[in-house]
Design a protein around this ligand. Structure first.
Ligand code: SF4
Ligand code: SF4
Length: 439
């Protein structure tokens, strides 16, 4: 286990989607199942699908490495039914010794770690606890691909697979150096950004709005999507938080529909978005635990984009609380008896319906692999690409670096190193290292 932890840390391996948890830190004693998240429940993203289609042997190699170093008996690659069909796979197919397919229903948000574990295994991670408490370690498909490359080719993480999609002629999955600028990617793919469109890093539900002129690809970029400003996906992201809270304070009729449809509530979690909205209306003193339960929200947006017919965003209220609680280092951590609600199986949101609620159905075309692009003359590598402390610069300003060379060391505590993703001259920027190819 220690050897694997060191290997994962030295090669800079991080959760390749979502929040970017350093992968070595997930390894712990007591696991009996390795669950590989290939569910890609965000609409319009096809990154994991293309990796599984083109690079399954490296994914399997990464999984086998984890199994052999940890003694975990079994691994499941969890993918949605429609992805399984496209890959010619079925539920419970055996891909290698102790590695099986787990087909999941096409519902949103099945990729949420807690929902994923319950759906794939029937195990319920208690509110505020980590998957390891139920004997599960979860890694993303691309994380296992990166581990496979590290073991087979002795290579650190310097490349990223991502979908470029949304309002483009043909969505593609490409492989680019980490730090590639989005503006340069658009140039390479001949994409011109028109007025009235917004660019996201990530999916339409949980992705974040970025400025393509200044933003560069990180180890967690799963997709770059271009979406119209008038789609629900973008409207909800551009919502003014103060106005959203003011609206919640005045317009909520306490119908409880947001709570009835909340996937975490249906898993039995004590998260009740309608009560969070009520606290915004001034009831916070009476219900302090409701506020603490904000940390149980996965941010899926169902309460805001699907459940509420009054145009209220419980998610905005909850996000605001999450920020305040994070500053005080407070989180929900109460032991208790929790059980999944029987109505859950009837209330899950079909993938097609979710796409339509976000206004992105017309952009859903299956992406093809667009190849590896290596013609970038500059990359800008952020020192903070993961949860934990930013990496510490390990080179001098102006140093010549080779691809794969260590350029930043892990800081104290939870942290990872960074490696040059192209060869060239390095310049130390603010919170980033810029590398220019030298001709
Ligand atoms: S669905 Fe809307 S109106 Fe109903 S309780 Fe939730 S926030 Fe209030
Ligand atoms: S965003 Fe809303 S629906 Fe989703 S988990 Fe949070 S409270 Fe529940």
């Amino acid at each position: 286990m220690k050897t694997l932890k060191t290997l994962m840390q030295n090669f800079g391996i991080v959760g390749a989607g979502g929040a970017g948890f350093p992968s070595y830190a997930k390894l712990a004693e007591g696991a009996n199942l390795l669950l590989i998240n290939g569910s890609e429940c965000e609409p319009l993203l096809y990154t994991d699908y293309i990796i599984l289609k083109n690079e399954l042997s490296l994914v399997i190699s990464g999984i086998s490495t984890v199994l052999s170093h940890t003694g975990i008996a079994k691994a499941q690659i969890a993918i949605k039914e429609h992805t399984a069909k496209r890959l010619g796979l079925e539920d419970n197919d055996r891909l290698a010794e102790n590695i099986f397919v787990k087909a999941l229903p096409d519902v949103y948000p099945i990729g949420d770690e807690i929902s994923l574990i319950y759906e794939a295994t029937g195990r319920l991670v208690k509110p505020g606890k980590l998957p390891i408490t139920e004997g599960v370690i979860v890694y993303n498909v691309e994380t296992m691909y990166n581990l496979g490359r590290a073991v087979r080719f002795n290579e650190p993480v310097t490349k990223k697979w991502l979908t470029v999609g949304g309002a483009v002629e043909s969505p593609v999955v490409i492989k680019v150096p980490i730090g590639a600028r989005v503006a340069d990617i658009f140039k390479e793919l001949d994409i011109r950004l028109e007025d009235g469109y917004t660019v996201l890093d990530g999916g339409p539900s949980m992705g974040k709005v970025i400025n393509p002129s200044t933003y560069s690809v990180t180890k967690t970029t799963k997709g770059i999507l271009i979406l119209p400003d008038d789609s629900q996906a973008i409207l909800s992201k551009k919502m003014n938080t103060k106005m959203a809270i003011a609206r919640a304070e005045t317009a909520c009729c306490q119908c409880t529909r947001c709570t009835d449809m909340c996937p975490r509530n249906m898993l039995g979690y004590p998260l009740e978005p309608h009560k969070m909205v009520r606290t915004a209306m001034g009831a916070v003193e009476a219900m302090p635990m409701s506020v603490l339960s904000a940390t149980l929200c996965c941010g899926c947006g169902i309460c805001e984009s699907l459940a509420c017919s009054q145009g209220i965003s419980p998610r905005a209220v909850i996000e605001n609380y999450k920020g305040l609680l994070a500053k005080e280092r407070l989180r929900f951590n109460l032991d208790g008896e929790y059980s999944v609600r029987p109505e859950r199986e009837y209330r899950m949101v079909p993938y097609e319906k979710w796409m339509s609620m976000l206004g992105v159905t017309k952009f859903d075309k299956i992406a093809e692999f667009g190849g590896e692009i290596n013609s970038f003359s500059r990359v800008e590598i952020p020192l903070s690409q993961h949860i934990g402390a930013p990496s510490a610069v390990a080179i001098a300003d102006g140093a010549m670096v080779g691809e794969g060379e260590l350029i930043a060391m892990p800081a104290d505590g939870l942290s990872l190193p960074q490696h040059a993703s192209i060869s060239g001259r390095a310049t130390l920027g603010i919170n980033k290292i810029i590398i220019d190819k030298v001709r």
